[in-house]
Design a binder for this molecule. Structure first.
Ligand SMILES: C[S@@+](CC[C@H](N)C(=O)[O-])C[C@H]1O[C@@H](n2cnc3c(N)ncnc32)[C@H](O)[C@@H]1O
Length: 391
């Protein structure tokens, strides 16, 4: 037998796997651009999804380096079934062996549309039995930083597709977050704001409502050449098909890109918040993220905000919203935006302004006009990016 041939009875894994890169709705174009920068061609695959064919190296690279994607699923098989009997007959089309660490529980996420097999509980029960997967995980194994292996099943017009999650915890878990603050922004949305406005590390960045520090930390890590997933584990590391040599070479490239922790930043990154608890949280998070020396953290209200020395850059922020609006105190919140608008007009001539808001009318109160750069949604909360470039 040739050294690279599969053992009898086992199919040889193809050189490339069909993958779906999942993201928040509205971020597809940003994820496609990131993939392209990694040399990976993708095509749209519906809302919040891009399809691509990936080598092992590309799969590892994409998991570690994508800043705006949520997870990467790998296709493990596809079949047509209108009854459980035909599902049973054709189950050989699903090849989970390369992906499942048998010591870990498996959790399913199943959707079914326009199909005879529509009861997702019954589909899961059948798949568990046919694929010898054991019982569902307990609540503790379902989420967190080291969740059970996720298998995503989509049944559409009787076509059943089984995909295995290669990421583990969603990719917005960068591995540095300690204190969450009051309303932390997802790291993927912070990255999507930085990418969409075209911020580069040679431009100054100010976040007057920094909370737990997500936007300045995301920016500082980019400036320091730290790949988004450099400090976290991935589900694929436990797969039987895991290629340690390829992984080591991806990790070595990631380490090479990383600047020394003490290296001085090229342009200032300023993070302010009026809440002492938020300042303590962002200070701890910046240290955990390895970028404390790169961020000028301080306590202060937006009314006291002043521009750092040097050429104009960007104010990028996620000002207060959510609960207070829902509680009918929209006026209070709009006042904060109006104050920000005045501060920017008076003290930040020539600076760009980008705000992440649930309602574009809040951004209007800060003087931003026009259409959102992108519209997304985190859970049930809409998030719009409104921006005006420097100049
Ligand atoms: C939506 S949170 C920001 C969350 C942040 N992006 C994160 O990821 O943690 C808004 C922040 O604005 C702060 N804030 C509210 N009013 C402020 C004001 N007038 N000046 C400065 N900060 C203020 C709050 O303390 C809160 O931390």
């Amino acid at each position: 037998m040739a050294p690279d041939a599969a053992p009898p009875g086992r199919r040889r894994r193809p050189d490339r796997v069909a993958a779906v890169v999942v993201c928040l709705p509205g971020l597809e174009a940003l994820v496609a651009a990131e993939l392209e920068a990694l040399g990976i061609r993708s095509r749209p695959a519906g809302t919040g999804a891009l399809a691509a064919r990936l080598t092992d190296r590309q799969l590892y690279d994409a998991n570690v380096r994508l800043a705006t994607a949520t997870r990467i699923l790998v296709e493990a098989g596809e079949l047509t079934a209108r009854t459980f009997a035909s599902l049973e007959e054709r189950i050989d089309a699903v090849e989970l062996a390369p992906y499942l660490d048998r010591s870990r529980p498996v959790r399913f996420r199943i959707t079914s549309h326009r199909s005879k097999l529509h009861h997702t509980g019954a589909i899961e029960e059948r798949l568990r039995r046919l694929l010898a997967l054991g019982p569902p995980p307990g609540a503790a194994d379902a989420r967190g930083t080291d969740p059970a292996q996720l298998v995503v099943v989509r049944v559409d017009r009787d076509r059943l597709t089984v995909r295995v999650d290669s990421s583990g915890a969603p990719l917005h878990h960068r591995g540095w977050r300690g204190p969450a603050g009051k309303a932390p922004l997802r790291e993927t949305l912070a990255a999507a704001a930085l990418a969409a406005v075209g911020w580069t590390p040679d431009q100054a960045l100010v976040d007057p409502f920094a909370g737990s520090g997500t936007i300045p930390i995301e920016a500082a890590r980019r400036a320091a050449g730290i790949a988004p997933g450099a400090d976290r584990p991935f589900a694929l590391e436990r797969w039987p098909s895991f290629a340690p040599g390829t992984w080591a070479s991806v990790q070595a490239a990631v380490r090479d890109d990383r600047a020394d922790e003490g290296e001085a930043p090229v342009a200032p990154i300023v993070a302010r918040d009026r809440d002492a608890g938020a300042v303590a949280a962002m200070t701890e998070n910046a240290a955990r993220a390895g970028v404390a020396p790169r961020i000028d953290v301080g306590e202060g209200s937006v009314s006291a905000l002043v521009a750092p020395d040097g050429p104009p850059g960007w104010i990028i922020s996620n000002p207060p919203w959510g609960g207070r609006l829902a509680a009918g105190r929209a006026g209070d919140v709009r006042d904060v935006y109006a104050r920000l608008g005045h501060v920017v007009a008076d003290r930040f001539p020539g600076w760009g302004l980008a705000l992440l808001v649930p309602d574009v009318r809040l951004a209007h109160a800060a003087g931003l006009r026009g259409e959102p750069v992108w519209r997304s949604r985190a859970g049930s909360t809409p998030v719009h990016l409104m921006a005006r470039p420097p100049g």
